[in-house]
Design a protein around this ligand. Structure first.
Ligand SMILES: NC(=O)C1=CN([C@@H]2O[C@H](COP(=O)(O)OP(=O)(O)OC[C@H]3O[C@@H](n4cnc5c(N)ncnc54)[C@H](OP(=O)(O)O)[C@@H]3O)[C@@H](O)[C@H]2O)C=CC1
Ligand SMILES: O=C(O)[C@@H]1CCC=N1
Length: 263
């Protein structure tokens, strides 16, 4: 199966790196990017081939991974050249199946909302079927995303909440990691030592969440001794409104996704 990725940016590279890491033959993967330097970088690193959009349009699966505002130009350029034999997969936030299908009327279209941990094959993706997508095509795209972690098929109206938790979610965790490292430096640790401690705390906590069978609440309680150090820290987080800040962040992300979709 030939697979073309249009847009080798942060998310395009996460998909590319994850797929090559999962064993997909680099010879079957084509990459298009506006920047020749970027194409040179990813082709050298992953052993894939840089092509133009016209050649990419002949691939069996064409993944559109440009920024939402760059999508109209790409769709316009593809409009004459996409036939029924190409499965188009768009990962752009806020670009609806209706918009994609109107621009590419002959194509079978599937929308996906992935996240960057796909690069290390720990991703999560929501998969949304267009009106012409067959169950086999939905299964094929789900399998492609499962090679990068996990996936779930959702109705399109759930994409906003999914984006707010898993599409954008890793950024909130990186933000917390950054703040914790900064806090460690304030407590007198070197930045390198603070980074190592925080990174490993995230690795350990993530593995506990996915492997221990305990809920987040149970795991937090297991760390929190009565009147101990963790209780003092959690109280400070509550006093500073961190929990309500997270609720507000997820709500803002959901609303922005709806707004970008023209809702
Ligand atoms: N980043 C993330 O975590 C996630 C992103 N997404 C979606 O993925 C898409 C890409 O996001 P992201 O990777 O962050 O963005 P980036 O800007 O990092 O990547 C987009 C890439 O596409 C290139 N590009 C622009 N126009 C064209 C064109 N006409 N043909 C080929 N390549 C082009 C850009 O070049 P240049 O920089 O020169 O413009 C850039 O290298 C977005 O639509 C976003 O909504 C979805 C889920 C998660
Ligand atoms: O920030 C964004 O708009 C994209 C979509 C989900 C994650 N990044």
């Amino acid at each position: 199966m030939t697979l073309a990725i249009v847009g080798a940016g942060a998310m395009g590279e996460a998909l590319l790196g994850g797929w090559i890491g999962s064993g997909i033959d680099p010879a079957e993967v084509l990459v298009v990017d506006a920047s020749a330097a970027r194409v040179a970088q990813v082709t050298a690193h992953y052993g894939v081939r840089g092509v133009d959009l016209a050649e990419a349009a002949e691939a069996e699966v064409l993944v559109l991974a440009v920024k939402p505002y760059q999508m109209p130009a790409v769709l316009q350029e593809l409009s004459g050249s996409i036939g029924a034999s190409t499965l188009v997969v768009s990962i752009a936030a806020g670009v609806t199946l209706a918009v994609l299908e109107a621009a590419l009327p002959d194509a079978s279209v599937i929308r996906v909302m992935p996240n960057t941990p796909a690069l290390v094959r720990k991703g999560m993706a929501g998969v949304m079927a267009g009106s012409k997508a067959t169950p086999e095509q939905v299964d094929a795209v789900s399998a492609l995303m499962e090679a990068l972690g996990r996936s779930v098929v959702i109705p399109e109206d759930q994409v906003h909440a999914l984006t707010a938790l898993s599409g954008s979610g890793p950024a909130y965790l990186f933000y917390v990691a950054e703040a914790m490292i900064e806090a460690g430096v304030h407590q007198g640790l070197s930045r390198g030592a603070a980074t190592e401690l925080v990174n490993q705390a995230f690795v350990g906590a993530g593995a506990m969440l996915s492997e221990s069978g305990h809920s987040a609440t149970e795991l937090r309680e297991m760390v929190t001794s009565p009147a101990g150090t963790t209780a003092a820290a959690l109280r400070a987080l509550d006093d500073h409104g961190v929990r309500s800040g997270i609720l507000a962040a997820v709500e803002a992300c959901t609303l922005r996704s709806e707004e970008m979709s023209g809702l």
